[in-house]
Design a protein around this ligand. Structure first.
Ligand code: SER
Length: 314
């Protein structure tokens, strides 16, 4: 059976680039992009697009039948900072969209699921440096609680019902094509916009707050590669630690100054500081590297060059 893909949440920060890459890889006719809203963007214009509410089981089932979908990438979610402002809706969206897709797989209507988890599954009692795959996990944010619970359910559906669900714990993701929304790691995207526009940036995290980060191309590569790996190589069915680079606001500012010497940064930590403080500073992702051959391409300097170059053109 040939691969037919449905992306739910295709217009978000990850979905936008994932959709383009999946269309290029599998062919435009084999990829259905969907989102709650129809925007005027490349996701909508460059291929098949459907409006779908990730909380509506029947709508998702209808699309799966209409296009004979085999693989679903569920990218719709409320991120950490937004979820703190609307806990009940975040829990509803993040959990029930996952249950819908897991249950469609359990019913045999789809073959394979990608569902993203996050560094937010870890909490203040987790070892912060080189955080292991298996360790204390006591997330303190609504987003983190939903991702941790989701991981448990993914593993459960895999073990009990044989559902082929695959997941990675994304670090903070940096990209220039479409803006992130509502995350704690988003400062590391905004800083590039402000460096080009204003030559100065006020950071909502303090200067020495280290967090795991990754350039979007690496994240997309990881996503497609875990989905293409033979099932037996995916030994972890909760979610894989995944890592590329780790840096602090001060360090990213230094890397920007190499390109824009007059750039300055100051710090005004807000409620997101506590979220960042509860997350790892760096991640041990050796299981992903061993099990399905993960390796990253972008370090911080390369990421800064690419971000500044592309945003300047934009
Ligand atoms: N980037 C996300 C956030 O900050 C973490 O998964 O919420």
């Amino acid at each position: 059976m040939s691969t037919k893909i449905l992306i739910i949440g295709a217009c978000g920060q990850i979905g936008t680039e994932l959709t383009a890459k999946l269309r290029a890889t599998y062919g435009v006719d084999n990829v259905v992009a969907s989102d709650i809203r129809k925007l005027e963007n490349d996701v909508v214009k460059n291929g098949i697009f459907e409006v779908v509410n990730a909380l509506d089981y029947n709508q998702i089932e209808h699309l799966i039948e209409k296009y004979q979908i085999t693989d679903v990438y569920l990218m719709a979610a409320l991120l950490s900072a937004t979820a703190e402002k609307n806990p009940a809706f975040a829990w509803d969206l993040n959990m029930n969209s996952l249950f819908h897709v897991l249950n469609l797989a359990k019913a045999g209507k789809i073959q394979k699921i990608f569902w993203p988890s996050s560094i937010a599954v870890f909490g203040p009692t987790t070892p912060r440096d080189n955080t292991p795959q298996y360790t204390v996990m006591e997330p303190s944010t609504v987003y983190g609680i939903s991702k941790q619970s989701g991981e448990r359910w993914c593993e459960y559906y895999n073990k009990q019902y044989g559902v082929d669900v695959r997941s990675i714990r994304y670090p903070g993701l940096i990209s220039w094509t479409s803006p992130p929304g509502g995350g704690t790691t988003d400062y590391a995207v905004d800083i590039y916009y402000k460096a080009l526009e204003d030559k100065k940036f006020t950071c909502f995290l303090s200067e020495n707050t280290g967090l795991p980060m990754m350039y979007m191309d690496d994240a997309i590569k990881a996503t497609i590669s875990i989905m293409q790996a033979p099932a037996e190589k995916i030994k972890i069915r909760s979610s894989y630690n995944l890592s590329a680079v780790s840096f602090t606001p001060k360090e990213i500012a230094e890397s920007i100054k190499k390109h824009i010497p007059e750039f300055t940064i100051d710090y005004a930590p807000d409620f997101r500081q506590a979220i960042a403080d509860s997350w790892p500073a760096s991640i041990d992702d050796s299981y992903a590297r061993t099990d399905w051959g993960w390796q990253h391409d972008f370090d911080m300097e390369r990421m800064t060059s690419v971000m500044l170059e592309n945003l300047a053109k934009k």
